[in-house]
Design a binder for this molecule. Structure first.
Ligand code: SF4
Length: 447
């Protein structure tokens, strides 16, 4: 369980109240822009700044527009409706980090009661929650101004909407004053840092920082219905970048980190993966391959974490030469498909141009974490297509835990033309493709 969930778990509470705007949708930037739009439409000579907006945070729209009407004669109802329309459109499009936390929380505490409090009107709240497919989690949605409430008013409101005592409640909130009030009343409080409150100091039990910028991943290509990179039907993402220079590599275009690739956030990639979820069945899921996926460890970790949150099976297809927190990454990997270039140190270097120690470090982490393991080796005529090599591989595999499968892949020449295009000399020019039947026979030696 993630650390923040463990902390919440230790509180032994079963009622979770989210302030809709600041926390669950991190929506203040949307409200700022929609207010700005309406106010600048009403008063074209005025410029509405973030500083102006800060005075509005936590207030109800009806009070805000009352204040605005002091600047001139306006149709308050229309202005309010326009503002809500703009906010709603933006909120529906918004994809924010707090949702990751929210889904982890609902998964970790499936029997808890969930409530939404907001100073937005209930229709807006309901419509946005439905568009984000999270409406079903909530026992009740209610509208409540979050600021300027005295202690007894706050208690009265909470009591009115949800019939639980403060000692049962965890409040997720981005307003420091409401957090202080909640804490004072015996409610456990989680402060959410969002785009507009980063400089605020929270007096609360736990802080979740949702301001971290998203890491973009470099994706060389994707395959939506892969059948060979792990069990079942799989969405395979080929990540850009590789530090090895395997003589037989048929994807040299994936080597350079700055090679041609598409930049996506983890949330964007996982959204694509999720679209095909119905095809994955019991065995299938997402495979992260490359290039070398471990060269983008933070992005990879985020993708894996999101996949697991969405109950998508994960496989990591790797040569084990990257960096990052392997233990953390492997926590979210159901299957490691490990490309064993060679087991002999000299041969490994000869084939890949890198020392074997990095591969061994990764393998050690896999063994420590107890991940399921498939081993693969490409068999190249004249390099490792003999009995002695295969028996060495067998011996190597037998010393490892959790090996489900060892596969031999026949060397193919399909990628040779790419070397010409990239003007890279091809080092196995005169080597023929590996005979598939002979490769299968060699595989029998592994049994
Ligand atoms: S590890 Fe894979 S991508 Fe990297 S050079 Fe070797 S075969 Fe190519």
């Amino acid at each position: 369980m993630d650390q923040f969930l463990q902390e919440i778990n230790s509180w032994q509470r079963n009622v979770f109240v989210f302030d809709f705007d600041g926390t669950l949708l991190n929506s203040e930037p949307c409200h700022f822009l929609s207010h700005k739009k309406v106010i600048e439409e009403l008063f074209p000579d005025k410029i509405f700044t973030k500083e102006d907006f800060k005075r509005f945070i936590g207030k109800r729209d009806v009070d805000i527009f009352e204040e605005i009407s002091a600047c001139g004669n306006i149709d308050k109802q229309k202005a309010m409706a326009d503002k809500q329309k703009y906010s709603l459109t933006m909120l529906k499009k918004k994809d924010v980090k707090i949702f990751d936390y929210f889904f982890s929380i609902t998964k970790a505490f499936p029997n808890a009661h969930y409530f939404i409090a907001s100073n937005q009107d209930e229709n807006t709240i309901t419509e946005v929650l439905k568009s984000k497919k999270i409406y079903k989690f909530f026992d009740k949605v209610f509208s409540m101004p979050s600021l300027n409430l005295k202690k007894d008013q706050f208690l009265k409101k909470i009591k009115h909407f949800i019939n639980f005592s403060p000692e049962q409640i965890v409040l997720f909130e981005d307003s420091s004053s409401t957090l202080s009030l909640g804490k004072h009343l015996g409610v456990k409080t989680v402060g959410i840092k969002n785009d507009v409150n980063t400089d605020q100091k929270f007096d609360c039990d736990l802080v979740i920082d949702c301001t971290q910028k998203e890491i973009l991943g470099k994706i060389n290509s994707i395959e939506t219905m892969g059948l060979v990179d792990g069990p079942g039907i799989r969405f395979v993402s080929f990540l850009q970048g590789c530090h090895l220079r395997c003589k037989y590599c048929h994807n040299p275009e994936t080597w350079a980190m700055d090679g041609q690739s598409e930049e996506l956030s983890a949330a964007e990639l996982v959204k694509k993966i999720e679209r095909y979820k119905n095809y994955y069945g019991q065995d299938g899921g997402a495979t992260f391959s490359g290039g070398e996926p471990l060269l983008q460890p933070q992005f990879l970790l985020e993708c894996l974490r999101l996949c697991k949150q969405k109950a998508i099976n994960t496989a990591l297809d790797t040569a084990g030469v990257g960096f990052g927190d392997y233990d953390e990454i492997l926590k979210y990997v159901d299957l490691v498909i490990l490309d064993v270039k060679a087991v002999d140190e000299k041969e490994y270097f000869e084939l890949t141009g890198q020392p074997i120690k990095y591969f061994k470090q990764f393998l050690q982490a896999v063994q420590k974490n107890g991940n399921k393991l498939w081993l693969r080796q490409v068999i190249v005529p004249g390099i490792n297509d003999d009995k002695q090599h295969i028996l060495k591989l067998k011996e190597f595999a037998e010393k490892l835990k959790n090996v489900e499968k060892v596969e031999l892949l026949p060397y193919k020449t399909i990628g040779v033309h790419k070397y010409q295009d990239l003007k890279i000399p091809y080092r196995l020019k005169d080597v023929p493709e590996m005979d598939e039947e002979r490769c299968k026979k060699l595989e029998e030696l592994l049994k």
